[in-house]
Structure formats: structure tokens, C-alpha cells
Design a binder for this molecule. Structure first.
Ligand SMILES: [Zn+2]
Length: 402
């Protein structure tokens, strides 16, 4: 049986121990599984990840809770008496997130009568699932406010080892099914709940608690939060990006959202204006094409054009303008982003089937296309702009000869 030293003080990151067993790790033959008479290494349990660190020269990569004993997974074997050293920044980080969760869970109970049903301590952020279907921004703000006031109070956190029969004396936030002695974590005049994790000695050690987001998770609400160093890191990152954005916009940080909304509106107005001007330009271009177009013996105008600078949407707009005039067939292409072909004809010119014509045209270049008799689109590959232009000219000449 391993004596667990981490129960007493999260700050205990150095200890001496005797190796009781050291064998090759079953899951990975290059690692070693070590049992000690006592340990300050916290094994993964209760939603809190394990500690890491060193046993002598050996690296402690993982720590597993086997009820009666704690298994340390090492990168090399150890024997005899060893000095244990725990990665203190990882330990502090876990302590902050874990204790912060106790505070936040009680805050949601007091603000919205919402119980915590699940906790996950992630690498970047942590989450609790609370039984609240509609978690409003107001509830979130109030819970965050209350949680931080408990932190700022720097209330003492104490541990009680209590027998099952004495549990009813305590107003526990959640019940436990654990047998034997139960470990209770009490945040003075605020929260008391059973837990086996590593906790702060007072709430001030947790540091600031921030709620980053909430989302519906089935009938629960998932609350994402950060405590202590993580909250500070997040603040620094946000500060950096908002300051950079504000500087680009020559404004203050707080004025950024309003200014961006204004810029978005201006962008929309400009896009509309560009579209209007584009239509004017395309009408002008269409008129020139219509005037100079040759007609075949039945009076059908055949307009052919290859556009390298126009995207397919512009070409489409031009085609619609062209075929709004009677007796007109437009054979157009865009090579701006890729080779796209568009055939269209006016409603009156039913002697031409654009869909059929385009399908055949694309097929000769190993491409695909088709559509209605009056409007069809397609695409081709493995062709040069010159080859495409020549093929379209040839088709136009064929239609003119009809
Ligand atoms: Zn806990």
C-alpha cells in the first residue's frame, strides 16, 4: 500500500521514498513501472490528470491509481532509496484548475441552483457540465463574479477526513459513494464536497477565474473556464491581438467592435456600388459586342469571347445582358481562376441547343458541362487559353455558316 503524501499539501513537491518494486511496464516494454512506500505524485483520478517529474535520474511520465497502490511509469529503472521531485508548474496548474472548479461549481449552485454533473481538466481549458438548460449571459456573469469574490477573499481551504456515519453532519454539495474514510474539502463558509484531488490551501492561490464560453450539451450546459496562470496567459494573448487590431484601426481597444461593425457596413455598401458600376461597364461592353457581332443567314448574332480577367460570375452577368437581346447566341469563357465555359442564347433563338452544344464542346477537351437549351455551363482542363480560344472561334464560325 502506498502512502499518499499529496493529500496533505499541494506544495509538497519533494520527498524521499523506498522502491518496493520495479518491473518492465506491461503496456510499453521500454518503460518501467515502479511502486514506492510513499509518494507525493498525484495519479490520474477524479478528472484531474497525473503529476509528472523525476525519481532520481528517472523521468516520471505517468502515474496510475490502482486503489491500494500508486504506479509510477518511468523511462528507466530505479532501486533502493530515491528522491522524488514533482514538476511544480504542472502541479500548480492542476491545483488551480481543480480548486477553481470547486469554487465555480458552488457559484453556479448559489446563482442558478445548477449542480455540476461533470468535470474535465483539459490541456488548454477545463469544462464543467451544469444541469441548466438555458444558461444566460447574466447567470454566467453573476457566477463568475461570485467565484472571483471568493478568490479575492482568500478564504482558507481545509481538509476533513470523515467517517461515513458522520457525513450527514456536513452540507455536502455532492454526495459520495465512497466506502470508509471520506476526504472532504471545505472552502470556508462557501463549499464543502468530497474529493481526492490536490487543492489550494486558500482560495487566493487559485488566481482569477474566467468563463470563456458556454454551449448546450444535451440537456446540460457546458461551461468552459480558465483559472490562475491560464487566465493570465489568455488575457495576455487577447491583449496582444486586440491591441494589434486597435493599432491597425488607429483606435482604442474598447472601440474596436464598433469600428469593425462600421467597416463591415461600409464594405457591404462598397460591394453594392461595385456591383452597380460593374453592371454599367458590362452593359457598355455588351453593346459594343452586339454592334460588332456577325450574323448568320437566319439573322442569328454569334458572339464569342474569351476573358482572362473576368471571373465566371462576371462572364455570367455579361451573357445575361447579351442574350436579353433577341437573336443572340453567346459563346463565352473565363480563364481567370480555371477554364470555365458558358453558352447562352436569347429565348427567341431556339434553333440552338446550348446544353447539347456545350456538353459536346467540353467532351472534346476531357471536361464536363451541360445545362438547359438556353443556358449551359461547364469546365475544361488540360488546355491552353490559346487552344480554347481557337476552338471557340471555330465553333462560332460553324454556327455562322449555318
Ligand atoms: Zn477537488
Amino acid at each position: 500500500m502506498t502512502e499518499r503524501l499529496y493529500y496533505d499539501d499541494w506544495r509538497r513537491v519533494q520527498f524521499g521514498a523506498t522502491v518496493l518494486g520495479c518491473t518492465q511496464y506491461q503496456e510499453n516494454a521500454s518503460l518501467w513501472a515502479v511502486e514506492l512506500d510513499q509518494t507525493a505524485f498525484y495519479p490520474t483520478s477524479g478528472g484531474q490528470p497525473n503529476d509528472q517529474g523525476w525519481l532520481g535520474d528517472a523521468k516520471v511520465l505517468d502515474c496510475i491509481d490502482l486503489e491500494q497502490k500508486v504506479l509510477h511509469i518511468l523511462d528507466r529503472p530505479v532501486s533502493g532509496k530515491v528522491e522524488g521531485l514533482i514538476d511544480v508548474s504542472r502541479r500548480r496548474d492542476h491545483m488551480q484548475q481543480h480548486t477553481g472548479q470547486h469554487i465555480l461549481s458552488q457559484a453556479f449552485v448559489q446563482i442558478a441552483d445548477a449542480q455540476t454533473c461533470g468535470f474535465h481538466l483539459g490541456v488548454e481549458s477545463s469544462t464543467i457540465d451544469i444541469n441548466l438548460e438555458n444558461c444566460s449571459q447574466e447567470i454566467v456573469s453573476k457566477a463568475e463574479e461570485l467565484a472571483n469574490s471568493i478568490v479575492f477573499d482568500n478564504r482558507p481551504i481545509s481538509v476533513h477526513n470523515v467517517e461515513q456515519k458522520d457525513l450527514p453532519r456536513f452540507n455536502l454539495r455532492k454526495q459520495t459513494e465512497r466506502d470508509g474514510i471520506v476526504r472532504l474539502i471545505e472552502i470556508a463558509d462557501f463549499d464543502i464536497s468530497p474529493c481526492g484531488g490536490t487543492h489550494a490551501n486558500s482560495t487566493g492561490e487559485v488566481g482569477m477565474i474566467v468563463i470563456r464560453s458556454t454551449e448546450r450539451a444535451k440537456k446540460l450546459c457546458r461551461v468552459e473556464f480558465l483559472c490562475g496562470q491560464r487566465a493570465l496567459n489568455d488575457y495576455r494573448q487577447i491583449h496582444k491581438s486586440t491591441t494589434a487590431t486597435a493599432s491597425m484601426l488607429s483606435t482604442t481597444r474598447s472601440a474596436v467592435p464598433e469600428l469593425v461593425a462600421k467597416l463591415q457596413q461600409e464594405q457591404k455598401t462598397l460591394q453594392k456600388k461595385i456591383r452597380e458600376l460593374l453592371e454599367i461597364a458590362l452593359h457598355h461592353e455588351a453593346n459594343q459586342l452586339l454592334e460588332s457581332a456577325a450574323r448568320n443567314s437566319s439573322g442569328l448574332r454569334i458572339i464569342q469571347g474569351c476573358f482572362a480577367e473576368k471571373d465566371i460570375e462576371e462572364v455570367k452577368l455579361l451573357a445575361h445582358i447579351l442574350v436579353s437581346h433577341p437573336d443572340t447566341v453567346a459563346l463565352l469563357s473565363s480563364s481567370k481562376d480555371s477554364f470555365r465555359i458558358l453558352f447562352a442564347r436569347s429565348a427567341s433563338s431556339n434553333q440552338v441547343d446550348c446544353g447539347k452544344l456545350l456538353a459536346e464542346f467540353c467532351k472534346t477537351f476531357g471536361g464536363r458541362g451541360g445545362g438547359r437549351p438556353d443556358f449551359a455551363q461547364g469546365g475544361v482542363q488540360n488546355v491552353t487559353a490559346v487552344e480554347l480560344q481557337l476552338a471557340l472561334e471555330e465553333l462560332a464560325n460553324r454556327l455562322l455558316a449555318q
